[in-house]
Design a protein around this ligand. Sequence first.
Ligand SMILES: [Zn+2]
Length: 110
Amino acid sequence: MLRGANTYSCSTRQNRGEVVCDCMVTVDAAAAEQAVLDELEDIFCGDGFLDRLVLRVQQRWREARTAQAQQQTSLNVLGNQLTRTEKEIQNLVSVSSSDGTPLTALQVCL
Ligand SMILES: [Zn+2]
């Protein structure tokens, strides 16, 4: 953790005291941050990194769109099945009441 403005030191020692951690190591903050930035620069500005990143993002985007389209298709299929089933129920109800048969439990529920 940052101790003061310019030094990193062990956070356990800083927060819980020297009885819990006797680590005395400190690191100059500016040097540590520069080292991290240098590593990140190597990673992000390295050969082909951005090209690979763009390809990965495009790939994920395509996968997400495909998944969304498949969900929409399933939803449409289910909607069609529901409509057909409702129609079949209506047909069953109208057939049994038009030929004079008594109401069934099914019809009472509907
Ligand atoms: Zn420590």
